[in-house]
Structure formats: C-alpha cells, structure tokens
Design a protein around this ligand. Structure first.
Ligand code: HEC
Length: 132
C-alpha cells in the first residue's frame, strides 16, 4: 500500500519535472518584438538597409516596382553604372533618363558607407542573375 502510494508520487514528480523542462525551453525561444522587427536572420546589413530605404521603389531583391526600376538589370551592370554611380544617385538623386518612372529623390538618411554596403548587396543579386 505504502509502496504504491510512493510510486504514484514519484511518477507525478517525474512528469512535473519533464513538463517543467519543456516549458522552460519553449519560453527561451520567442524573440522580443523589437528584435523581430529590426533583425532579419541571415540578411546582410546591405540587404537590411536596401529593404528599409530602396525597396519601396526598387522592389524587394531590386526587382522593381510600379514606381521604380529594377536594379537587377543589364543597364545597371558595373561597367555601365559603377559603384560611384550608386553613391551619386543616393547623395544627389537622379534625373529620369533610362525609364519613365520620374526622378529619383536624394536619400539623405543614407551615409556613403551604407551606400557601399547596399551596392555590394545589389552586386550580389546582379551576379546571381548572371549580370556582371
Ligand atoms: C522614391 C523612389 C526611389 C527610392 C526610394 C530610391 N530610388 Fe533609386 N531610382 C528611382 C528611379 C525612378 C530611378 C530611375 C531614374 C531613371 O534613370 O529614369 C532610380 C535610379 C537609381 C539608380 C541609377 C542611377 C543612374 O545613374 O542612372 C541607382 C544606382 C539607384 N536608383 C539606387 C538607389 C538606392 C541604392 C536607393 C536606396 C538608398 C534608391 N535608389 C532609392 C527611384 C527611387
């Protein structure tokens, strides 16, 4: 009698212990809402900056939108639009000349160093698409 009672108690403790471990593991998984909003796992800083500032017009992965051209396009290959062209476009904006989307406004929130990171990201997308 006493022994069965003890076994029940032991089993109950084991079960409680097991569940406890599970819920602790689960509790450590969810990220804070702020981190989820600003951190994209696996994304380079260039990609994050591009998504924040350029994607509204140039589209996610620079594939273009209704209001801006794709940068993954032969027109923007390095020999036609060097990295310096990216710096100038971001610093000063760009007057419509290749497309019919209108002018690109200057992007004063983006530093030259950030533009270099963005440009590296766009170059990587271009290489992926066979544009060199
Ligand atoms: C408000 C919309 C808009 C935003 C935001 C924008 N662009 Fe543009 N961008 C354009 C348009 C439109 C053109 C095409 C102008 C043309 O050639 O007709 C363009 C052209 C360019 C060009 C080519 C310039 C040239 O010399 O022909 C580069 C490079 C460029 N954008 C990079 C960027 C980068 C990098 C960002 C983010 C930091 C960005 N753009 C943000 C609209 C935008």
């Amino acid at each position: 009698m006493l022994i069965t009672r003890f076994l029940h108690l032991a089993a109950g403790l084991l079960l409680a212990g097991g569940l406890g471990a599970c819920s602790t593991a689960a509790a450590s998984v969810p990220p804070t809402p702020l981190a989820a909003a600003t951190f994209v796992p696996g994304a380079s800083r260039g990609e994050q900056l591009f998504n924040q500032t350029c994607a509204a017009c140039h589209g996610v992965r620079a594939t273009g939108t209704q209001i801006g051209p794709p940068l993954v396009d032969k027109i923007y290959e390095p020999s036609h639009h060097s990295d310096a062209a990216f710096l100038l476009a971001v610093r000063n904006g760009s007057v419509q000349h290749h497309w019919k989307f209108g002018n690109m406004p200057a992007q004063p929130t983006v530093t030259d160093a950030e533009t270099r990171e963005i440009t590296q990201y766009v170059r990587a997308l271009q290489r992926e698409a066979g544009i060199r």
